[in-house]
Design a binder for this molecule. Structure first.
Ligand SMILES: NC(=O)c1ccc[n+]([C@@H]2O[C@H](COP(=O)([O-])OP(=O)(O)OC[C@H]3O[C@@H](n4cnc5c(N)ncnc54)[C@H](OP(=O)(O)O)[C@@H]3O)[C@@H](O)[C@H]2O)c1
Length: 212
């Protein structure tokens, strides 16, 4: 299942068509899911119009958005004429849950797939003691527990980056079993407070940046 994105600086109609066609040619096949990488200065309806044309032409099968808030998704939804926005790809992890009551809840309610990027917080969660302790009950690692926690939610798909073969194999072991409801809730509560403080700290730091 091939997912690709178009950069916001190429979000106008002609460039979306050109970019997707070039990517599909390089790949030698169609793209299953094509996303706008982040909001752009180009009016969103122009990008959506190009996405719909690409579906008609068989270059892409589905389209979606990345780094969009609920307001942005709703605006984009108003532009579709014959297809649906099927997926949203935003930052979400056990340590960064700011999207939980926003885009994630919205996606769940509207039947969209939510793709969580940076789900291991670049490996930080793989070293988490609490997750390791829970994992011992299942003979699973901290990483596998974290990934299983995400996939226990119906519309949530963690997209992990792993360049080492042993990591890919370990991550695949997050599937085929399920955390008990009790353990799922224990993890939920354990990280809820930590995420709240981390999200607050990040937004404070962002607001202090002299260039923002
Ligand atoms: N839409 C967007 O704006 C956006 C932004 C950022 C990222 N993304 C996408 O999200 C995906 C993942 O995000 P990410 O790379 O930022 O973060 P991530 O998946 O949370 O972390 C990747 C790091 O975790 C390590 N790792 C993977 N499996 C592991 C395991 N089993 N044990 C220990 N460490 C492990 C990887 O190591 P190795 O590589 O050494 O295996 C890598 O250093 C990527 O495909 C990226 O393209 C999208």
């Amino acid at each position: 299942f091939i997912v690709s994105k178009v950069w916001p600086s190429h979000a106008d109609y002609d460039n979306v068509i050109k970019s997707a066609n070039k990517s599909a040619k390089r790949l030698g096949t169609y793209i299953d899911l094509y996303l706008l990488h982040s909001p752009s200065r180009v009016p969103i309806c122009k990008t959506i119009k190009a996405f719909e044309k690409l579906v008609d032409d068989g270059i892409i099968r589905f389209f979606g958005l990345s780094n969009f808030d609920v307001e942005g998704i709703e605006k984009a939804k108003e532009c579709v004429s014959k297809y649906e926005i099927v997926a949203i790809q935003n930052h979400y992890s056990l340590l960064s849950r700011g999207d939980e009551r926003k885009a994630l809840a919205y996606a769940e309610k509207n039947g969209m797939l939510y793709m969580a990027y940076t789900p291991l917080e670049n490996g930080i969660l793989s070293r988490n003691e609490f997750l390791s302790t829970i994992g011992r009950k299942y003979n699973k690692s901290a990483t596998q527990v974290a990934l299983n926690w995400y996939i226990c939610r119906n519309n949530l798909l963690p997209i992990v980056k792993a360049s080492r073969v042993e990591h890919v194999e370990e991550n695949a072991g997050a599937m085929g079993w399920r955390l008990s409801e009790e353990d799922w809730r224990a993890i939920d509560e354990h990280f809820r407070e930590r995420s709240y403080f981390l999200d607050k700290m990040v937004s404070t730091l962002k607001s202090l940046r002299p260039w923002s």
